[in-house]
Design a protein around this ligand. Structure first.
Ligand SMILES: Cc1cc2nc3c(=O)[nH]c(=O)nc-3n(C[C@H](O)[C@H](O)[C@H](O)COP(=O)(O)OP(=O)(O)OC[C@H]3O[C@@H](n4cnc5c(N)ncnc54)[C@H](O)[C@@H]3O)c2cc1C
Length: 323
């Protein structure tokens, strides 16, 4: 790994000021579980001179109830989110998603902010420099998306136009279904955006000099049921081949609200709007779940090697709806 300076930020203001001071040569670091791999493999052309340690910022690890919902600081560890009784009881889809991430070691270091901002896992994009040279591609600003003609078994089947990576973050899928919002701060102040809008076809919505401060989830109304399910090739550590988060609100035994988001299939958390429509007004039974499962993959355009994901998504959606 190339050498870099490591500076501690004592506050959000200091982190923002360090970002400004170092310009493109400074990168934020939280748990480092993703970033250090990116740097070791030198997958990016621009290498940072300085890592700005966020973990020294106090009070950014909190998981607390606020009026109308839950606030989670960007530095909250995935392990704490997974084991929090509050999250388990009221936001089960999020605790299940956090619990499904990687291994205990990574969950003990990895933060929610880092999980949302982590770099993608496309094997062309992440090809290490020391193994014959990094691969340039559309996402890096030069070249094609190699997945189109290459081995694309883990790539997108929905919502991709030019770059076929999939959103690697499990928590993003659950947070999207839970209507969570991200508070981002920068020099110009604070802005808030829904989690699903944070992910862009070639990156995320952070502008230069901004960082993620907090994630807020509104209260789940009475009668809400929720689940996060994930299919992986390897256990216990693996990214999702496909996942689903479903939040369904029932009234008088009928579904009055449904949010169904898919992971591992699109560059962003993918809202399965047609599946949600299928469930509205219905009692939740195997035939409604089957219909929603079929609708969840509406518009899928698999590449040569990943059509198998369609059946996996359908099975996950059916199970999540019935669970
Ligand atoms: C072996 C392995 C298996 C994994 N499996 C899974 C999995 O199954 N599911 C899954 O979802 N993830 C998985 N991951 C990814 C893992 O969850 C992330 O590495 C972790 O969540 C990143 O958190 P971190 O705090 O360590 O981030 P860091 O590594 O410190 O940072 C990651 C990126 O986010 C940026 N960043 C961090 N915090 C902020 C902030 N507050 N504001 C703005 N930018 C920020 C950094 O600049 C960097 O670009 C896996 C990782 C590994 C190594």
């Amino acid at each position: 790994m190339k050498p870099f300076e490591h500076v501690h930020a004592g506050s959000i203001e200091e982190a923002l000021s360090l970002l400004r001071q170092y310009g493109g040569k400074g990168l934020l670091m939280a748990g480092g579980t993703d970033l250090l791999g990116v740097l070791k493999d030198q997958i990016l052309q621009d290498y940072p001179e300085v890592l700005i340690n966020l973990k020294t910022i106090p009070n950014l690890e909190t998981i607390e109830e606020s009026s109308g919902g839950l606030r989670i600081g960007a530095l909250a560890k995935l392990a704490h989110i997974a084991s929090s009784p509050l999250v388990q009881s009221r936001y089960a889809a999020l605790s299940q998603a956090a619990e499904s991430v990687a291994s205990p070691e990574i969950r003990n270091m990895g933060t929610l902010g880092g999980n949302l901002c982590q770099d993608v896992r496309c094997w062309y994009y992440r090809y290490p420099h020391h193994m014959g040279g990094r691969m340039l591609c559309l996402r890096k600003g030069t070249g094609p998306c190699h997945a189109v003609k290459g081995d694309n078994r883990y790539h997108a089947i929905l919502g991709a136009k030019k770059c076929f990576v999939v959103c690697p973050s499990d928590t993003a899928i659950a947070l999207s279904a839970l209507r969570a919002e991200i508070d981002v701060v920068g020099e110009k102040g604070k802005r808030t955006l829904p989690v699903e809008e944070f992910f862009k076809p070639l990156g995320n919505a952070l502008e230069k000099g901004e960082l993620v401060k907090e994630i807020r989830i509104p209260d789940s109304p009475a009668g809400c049921r929720q689940a996060f399910l994930k299919f992986t090739e390897r256990r216990p550590i693996d990214f999702a081949v496909a996942s689903v988060a479903a939040v369904i609100r029932m009234q008088d035994a009928r579904c009055v609200e449904a949010r169904v988001f898919l992971g591992g299939v699109a560059p962003m958390p993918w809202r399965a709007a047609a599946a949600e429509e299928c469930l509205l007004g219905k009692s939740i039974d195997p035939s409604a779940a089957e219909e929603a499962a079929r609708a969840s993959v509406a518009g899928a355009k698999p590449l040569r090697g990943n059509a198998y994901k369609i059946e996996i998504v359908k099975a996950l959606v059916k199970r999540a709806v019935l669970s």
